[in-house]
Design a protein around this ligand. Sequence first.
Ligand code: DNO
Length: 397
Amino acid sequence: MMECWRWFGPQDPIHLSDLPQIGATGVVTALHQFAPGIVWPEAEIAERKAMIEAAGLTWAVVESLPVSEEIKTQGPDFKSHVTAYKESLTALAAQDIRTVCYNFMPILDWTRTQTQAPQDHGGTAMLFDLAVFAAFDLHILRRMDAPQDYSDAVQEAAARAIAALDDSAKVALTRTVIAGLPGANDGWTLEDVRARLATYDGISATRLRQNLIDFLAEVAPHAESLGMRLCCHPDDPPFPLLGLPRVMSSTDDYAQVLTAVDTPANGATLCTGSLGVAADFDPVDFVTRLGPRIHFAHLRNTVRLPSPDPMRPGFLEAPHLMGDTDMVVTIRALMGEESRRRAEGRDDHIIPMRPDHGQALLMDKERESLPGYPLIGRMRGLAELRGIMAAVQAGGT
Ligand code: DNO
């Protein structure tokens, strides 16, 4: 697998020149300065690529070329946004950048309730606690339909959770949920969130899935013609939040969407951290069923936490080898897929991977970094994953 590192661009406190010491050779990045729906100019892509190559690295994956809300909801500007998406793909292909990750989560990208939960070892980890999330939804956002989404047990747990938060903790929780994570939108108010939620009135999961399929029916053949690979990132966490539908939460969800637009360019990002929160997720089964369409892997681990709703577990972001996902069998399956592709003569037989997230460890706590993207924690994760790859390569069992 190609070892990659997510780099947020020139503003990232971790520099490209640090990557050789980390050991990664591939860069995963995006032109974060362009809002969803805007065409990425080829000149800016070329400039970013040159920066990466000057550091002796390769721009392996675009993460993300974001899909706009217009496209997700099929709003009035849907068609022009699809055209813009295709034009960005054309510009990326012209610069020989062929793998593009995106997600189809309505409004919010990944969601946590705490970004720095203290751990016994002295570092911190991110976590999601359903009772705390419900406390936000019911008592801070005060979403009208929220009570319908939670059982009595969840509502009672949420009442206890909100009672335990003082005003500053409520502000911190709000920031964490709506604006604190990379990929989320800075500066949204609760009113903005309510207005955005209203744009999903009447959009069921079936309709959202169809909107995804309509989008892919347009862009995947275009990507195919450019020799590109699109890879949808799963919902994180893999269940609906804020009454919004989520349609890429399981292996069956992927199978349905990949079959509906049946071209290799319509592919998957296997994120073990997101999908692995579901107790019935089996990463080996995912690779067995969808292997040829996996274009990117996010290797991350979580430990499920007790939750008042068994279908929506809480979770802690664990060290990469210490969670509910068996990383050894996952990596063995992915490397098996690579061998299969090599035998077939596929030119994409090396699957790019990155250590997704990491706990904040040691000096990470003093350094500026984006939530989930500390230097030492991710480097520990990559080192551990690299060890597994080396053992599998050597034929270890
Ligand atoms: C979180 C990431 C996500 C991911 C997007 C892909 O760390 O895995 O923000 O980049 O969902 O579109």
